[in-house]
Design a protein around this ligand. Structure first.
Ligand code: HEC
Ligand code: HEC
Length: 266
C-alpha cells in the first residue's frame, strides 16, 4: 500500500508561510493565517467550484488556464502576491479575480491549496522504480503514447516531470481509472470522409473549417470539415485501465518510477 503523509504537506505549507512572513513587503497583511489541513480541503473545494473549469481538475492546467502545480508562478512570488492575483485577477487576461464577493479567508484558503500542491515535500513510496521503468517500456508499452524526455509517442501527456504534478495516490488512480479526468485535448474523434475513408484518433487541431487527426499508427491526417460525412467525438481516454493486466506490486513499481520523474532529476 502507498503510505500517505498528508501532514508532511501541511508542514510544508506552514514553513512556506513562515518564510513568507520573514519577507516584509509594505501594504496589507503578508502572512497567510489559514494554513491547516482543513484549509487545504476547503481551498480545494473552492478551487473545484471556481477555478477548475479553466485551470483543470487538481489545477493541472486546462484549455483556458495554465497549470498551477509547479510551485512557480509567473505573476506571483510570495503568498501575498498570489493573494492579489487570485483576488484581483490579471488585467487584460481571462484571469478574473474572485475578490469582490469572497472573504479574505476564502482567498487565503485558495493560496494554501495551491501551495500544498507544490510544497516540494516528497512522500515515501513502496515500489521499485527500476522495475517500474522496465514495465513502462516493456509490458506496459506506455512509451507508444507518452513522451519522457522527448522519447515516445504523442497520444498522451508528456510524463517527463509527472512526479512534480501528481502524488503517488493520484498516479495510481491515473493507472486504474484513466477515464476519471480526461481533458478536452485528449478526447478522440472518429470521422468518415465523403470518399469512404474512416479515421479515428486524437484531434491535433480543430478549427471552424478543418480538423487534423493523429491516428493510432501515428499518421497525421488533415480534413476539411465540409468533406466529412460523419464525425463523432469520444470524451473518454484512449488509455487502457491497468488494474487487471498488472499485479498490485507491479502497479506500485510503476508508480514509484513515475513519481521519481521530476525536474529535480529521478
Ligand atoms: C475564465 C478562466 C479562468 C478562471 C475561472 C480562473 N483563471 Fe486563473 N488564470 C487564467 C488565465 C488565462 C491565466 C493566465 C493569465 C496570463 O498570464 O496570461 C490565469 C492565471 C492564474 C494565476 C497566475 C499563474 C502564474 O503563473 O502566475 C493564478 C495563481 C490563478 N490563475 C489562480 C486562479 C484561481 C485560484 C482561480 C479560481 C478562484 C482562477 N485562477 C480562475 C484563467 C482563469
Ligand atoms: C493508447 C495510449 C496510451 C497508453 C498505451 C498509455 N497511456 Fe497513459 N494516458 C493516455 C492519455 C490519452 C492520457 C490523458 C487522459 C487520461 O488522463 O486518461 C493518459 C494519462 C496518463 C497519466 C496522467 C497524466 C497527467 O498528466 O495527469 C499517467 C500518469 C499515465 N497516463 C501513465 C501511463 C502509464 C504508466 C502507461 C503504461 C502502463 C500508460 N499511461 C499507457 C494514453 C495512453
Amino acid at each position: 500500500m502507498l503510505r500517505k503523509t498528508l501532514h508532511a504537506g501541511i508542514i510544508g505549507v506552514l514553513i512556506s508561510g513562515l518564510i513568507g512572513s520573514l519577507m516584509t513587503v509594505s501594504g496589507q497583511e503578508q502572512d497567510n493565517p489559514y494554513t491547516t489541513g482543513q484549509d487545504v480541503q476547503t481551498g480545494e473545494q473552492l478551487f473545484g467550484r471556481n477555478c477548475s473549469r479553466c485551470h483543470g481538475l487538481e489545477a493541472g492546467g486546462g484549455e483556458r488556464g495554465p497549470n498551477l502545480t509547479t510551485g512557480e508562478f509567473q505573476h506571483a512570488s510570495t503568498d501575498a502576491s498570489l493573494f492579489t492575483v487570485i483576488s484581483d485577477g490579471i488585467p487584460n487576461t481571462e484571469m478574473v479575480g474572485i475578490g469582490q464577493n469572497r472573504s479574505d479567508q476564502s482567498v487565503w484558503q485558495l493560496v494554501t491549496y495551491l501551495r500544498s500542491l507544490s510544497s516540494g515535500v516528497r512522500v515515501e513510496v513502496a515500489g521499485n522504480p527500476s522495475i517500474g521503468e522496465e514495465l513502462y517500456h516493456g509490458k506496459g508499452s506506455c512509451s507508444s503514447c507518452h513522451v519522457i524526455n522527448t522519447e515516445g509517442g504523442r497520444h498522451g501527456p508528456d510524463l517527463s516531470t509527472i512526479g512534480d504534478r501528481r502524488s503517488p495516490d493520484q498516479l495510481l488512480s491515473d493507472l486504474l481509472t484513466p477515464n476519471e479526468r480526461v481533458q478536452e485535448r485528449w478526447w478522440t474523434i472518429r470521422i468518415v470522409h465523403r470518399d469512404g475513408t474512416e479515421v479515428e484518433g486524437l484531434r491535433m487541431n480543430e478549427g471552424t473549417y478543418s480538423v487534423r487527426i493523429l491516428d493510432t499508427d501515428d499518421n497525421l491526417w488533415s480534413f476539411l470539415k465540409q468533406d466529412l460525412s460523419e464525425s463523432e467525438r469520444t470524451e473518454t481516454s484512449s488509455m487502457p485501465a491497468y488494474g487487471v493486466s498488472f499485479t498490485s506490486g507491479e502497479l506500485e513499481d510503476l508508480v514509484a518510477y513515475l513519481y521519481g520523474l521530476s525536474r529535480g532529476g529521478a
